[in-house]
Design a protein around this ligand. Structure first.
Ligand SMILES: NC(=O)c1ccc[n+]([C@@H]2O[C@H](COP(=O)([O-])OP(=O)(O)OC[C@H]3O[C@@H](n4cnc5c(N)ncnc54)[C@H](O)[C@@H]3O)[C@@H](O)[C@H]2O)c1
Length: 322
């Protein structure tokens, strides 16, 4: 596995389309990570993007990275282009309520990214992320591995946080994933969840503590509702998703084959041509390999429900021709 040297990192360019809350928080996290030397912001509101780039440049003084405003031509040569442009949820709205507006935006943005950067990896954060990952793949014509949705990487992080808190262990030592839709039909894979290499029930037995299914259900419910709760209080989410986006960008830049639950176009639980999240290996070629999970019968059924739900929204964009 080749790791780029500090010198080669200096050549790395990342473009962020959408310099709103998610876009600039991601730029800030990326700047502090030291992973990229050239961070380009593209936004329909050029003035705002300019102000953000100026402010970020001052924050990046010690990181020696450049943050600047660009045009679509600046996507050329980028290791990845992150798309965060679009409307976000208002309190009470689901992610799927955004589909019409953001799909229309993607019809404009994605072909411009693809024509200027035919070799790049597109990373989609705009919601509904699974429907738009599918749209971005179709509109770019890129191979499926080079169009990645942030998907349930965010939910998986939240889930590990919840379980870590419940069991009193660092979330890094919890192996548990949320798969399916980044949205209401997502599902936790309880059958494979583990701590220190032990399934949860075995971990509880070893620690002589009761396995509490109600508490587990509360963990997955809080995971699913986290974005609604945050939006109800502060009107948006930005820090969590920004750090997840950097964790997706890192293996692309460092070619390091990290396994992350991201959204990708494929066939899932018998449903073809849909995008949803399953664990994938990520390197400089994008989400180049899926990591098939040995799901229980009921989990496979739930995954199929999730796939069908996303698929119905994908089909609605085709029918309405938005
Ligand atoms: N995947 C996730 O986990 C996750 C988490 C949080 C938010 N989101 C999604 O990210 C998106 C952005 O959220 P936000 O809070 O940053 O919104 P925001 O309103 O703060 O920013 C959106 C930005 O997009 C820009 N924009 C609009 N149309 C554009 C176009 N045609 N070209 C370029 N730029 C354009 C706007 O000018 C604005 O700066 C939303 O769809 C939101 O739901 C996803």
């Amino acid at each position: 596995m080749s790791q780029p040297s500090p010198a080669s990192l200096m050549a790395i360019k990342i473009v962020i389309v959408g310099a709103g809350s998610v876009g600039v928080t991601t730029a800030y996290a990326l700047l502090l990570s030291g992973l990229a030397a050239d961070i380009v912001l593209i936004d329909i509101d050029g003035n705002r993007a300019q102000g953000e780039a100026m402010d970020l440049s001052h924050a990046g003084h010690s990181a020696q990275a450049r943050v600047r405003v660009g045009e679509y031509e600046d996507c050329a040569g980028a290791a990845a282009v992150i798309i965060t442009a679009g409307v976000n949820q208002k309190p009470g709205q689901t992610r799927m309520d955004l589909v019409k507006t953001n799909y229309a935006l993607f019809q404009d943005v994605v072909p411009r990214v693809a024509s200027n950067a035919p070799e790049t990896v597109i990373v989609v954060a705009t919601n509904p992320v699974d429907v738009l990952t599918h749209a971005a793949q179709r509109l770019s014509g890129f191979p499926v591995q080079r169009v990645i949705g942030s998907g349930t990487a965010m939910d998986t992080t939240r889930f590990r946080h919840e379980l870590g808190h419940h069991y009193g262990v660092n979330p890094r030592n919890v192996h548990a994933v949320i798969i399916g839709e980044h949205g209401d039909s997502q599902l936790p894979v309880w059958s494979l969840a583990s701590i220190a290499g032990m399934r949860l029930r075995d971990y509880c037995a070893q620690k002589a503590i009761a396995y509490d299914q109600d508490a587990m259900d509360a963990c997955s419910r809080r995971t699913k509702e986290a974005a609604y709760e945050i939006i109800r209080r502060k009107g948006k989410t930005n820090y969590g998703v920004a750090s997840v986006l950097v964790s997706i960008i890192e293996p692309i830049i460092t070619n390091s084959d990290a396994i992350i639950t991201v959204s990708r176009v494929g066939t899932y639980a018998g449903v073809a041509d849909v995008a949803l999240s399953m664990p994938c290996k990520l390197n400089r070629n994008g989400a180049h390999q899926d990591v098939p999970l040995l799901l229980s019968e009921s989990e496979r059924g739930q995954l199929r429900e999730s796939a069908l739900s996303i698929k119905s929204f994908i089909d609605s964009t085709k029918v309405e021709g938005v």
